[in-house]
Design a protein around this ligand. Structure first.
Ligand SMILES: [Fe+2]
Length: 385
């Protein structure tokens, strides 16, 4: 074994056991700001979105006063979930079980057969339990505790390192985004995201347009910041090489990729042509859902087509799989860096089951963020954070 500084800090059980998973749900995901969607998901009075934040299901709804409010998504009668997924134009919120109905401010306003069934009911005590909600950088966020305070107390320190993208001005590239279930613990997915050491190797054929020798990264409080410049040849021909129309407010002097990971498990990825959120949700000790949503410049369809045509030569000459082979059937031959990452994560998770598995040494610089994340998780799970 090498020195303690470069050994991983979590035991194998942290990635495999239900007990660890349950503690993380209670102590991390139920006590932090959770990503709930893009600002435009709840744009009109009566519009709503529901999200799981650790042990809590929470919905955000816009009132007739156009204010956003968040409530625990639980009927005060028997606890049935009130709202599902995303929706529009509710005038009131009615529980499907017994039709108890709440207004958009969370007050209980109707109980069927109230006089006969609940002669003593005090509706004023049975309003929906509030949660905290905020908009930040074009995104919606909720916190289970309505007294969570300002979201800037949580994100303020890392914000200057997140890049110049004005998310509200960009438009969504594909309405629904993508959703991928990965057969690995959520921490393996996050560790892969913040591991700078693998970029030049696993992604040698898929992320070669960046200069991985000039990464600027590190933790700011609980959040990981990351920027790396584009490779010289890509940057010099950026007008022609960019796959998407350039975002006008991203400076040509700082062409590169901002890829922070906000705690716990909300990755952002942004460059000169796009902005994405990479939302990691733990489903089980060895199962993680990643939902991505991507926004791009508000340009015409023609502009997208023209940019794809003129950049095609650059990308055709650069992108290749890690291995030669069946691009459709083998993630390592796919030429898709996300598929390469999913493959690596799932392979690690499988190996954890072997009685012969032990964590090897961790690289001093490239995996420093991985160790810091592991230490953070341990601090939160042990209850100190
Ligand atoms: Fe990767």
């Amino acid at each position: 074994m090498s020195g303690g500084r470069t050994m991983p800090v979590l035991p194998v059980e942290a990635y495999t056991s239900q007990a660890w998973f349950d503690r993380e749900q209670a102590r991390i995901f139920s006590r932090t700001w959770a990503f709930a969607g893009l600002a435009e998901d709840v744009a009109e009075p009566g519009g709503y979105v529901a999200v799981q934040a650790g042990l809590n299901n929470i919905f955000i709804v816009m009132g007739r006063d156009r204010r956003l409010r968040a409530f625990h998504n639980v009927c005060r009668h028997r606890g049935t979930q009130l709202l599902r997924a995303v929706g529009k134009a509710q005038k009131a919120i009615t529980c499907p079980y017994h039709d108890w109905t709440y207004d958009l401010e969370g007050r209980l306003i109707a109980v069927p057969n109230r006089e006969t069934e609940f002669p003593d009911l005090d509706a004023a005590c049975l309003g929906l339990k509030p949660a905290a909600v905020d908009r930040w950088r074009g995104m919606l966020w909720v916190h289970p505790d309505s007294n969570a305070g300002s979201i800037m107390d949580w994100f303020g320190e890392v914000e200057p390192l997140l890049g110049p993208h004005r998310v509200d001005e960009l438009v969504e590239y594909a309405e629904a985004g993508t959703s991928t279930d990965i057969a690995a613990n959520w921490k393996i997915v996050v560790e892969n995201y913040i591991d700078g050491y693998h970029l030049a190797h696993l992604h040698a054929g898929t992320l070669a347009m960046y200069d991985h020798s000039r990464i600027e990264s590190g933790f700011v409080g609980p959040h990981f910041a990351f920027w790396e410049p584009a490779a010289v040849d890509y940057r010099k021909g950026i007008e022609r090489n960019a796959a998407l129309p350039l975002i006008d407010h991203v400076s040509r002097d700082r062409i590169g990729a901002w890829v922070p990971m906000l705690f716990p498990g909300i990755g952002l990825a942004a460059d000169e042509g796009s902005w994405s959120v990479y939302h990691v949700t733990p489903l089980a000790p060895a199962l993680t859902r990643v939902v991505t949503r991507t926004k791009v410049a508000n340009a015409s369809g023609w502009a997208f087509t023209w940019q794809a045509v003129r950049s095609a030569g650059y990308w055709a000459s650069r992108i290749r799989g890690k291995f030669a082979g069946d691009a459709a059937g083998d993630p390592l031959a796919s030429g898709d860096f996300m598929a390469e990452d999913v493959y690596a994560c799932e392979q690690q998770q499988k190996s954890l089951r072997s009685p012969y598995f032990e964590h090897g040494p961790s690289s001093r610089r490239g995996e420093a963020g991985v160790r810091r994340h592991q230490a953070l998780v341990r601090e939160w799970v042990e209850g100190g954070a």
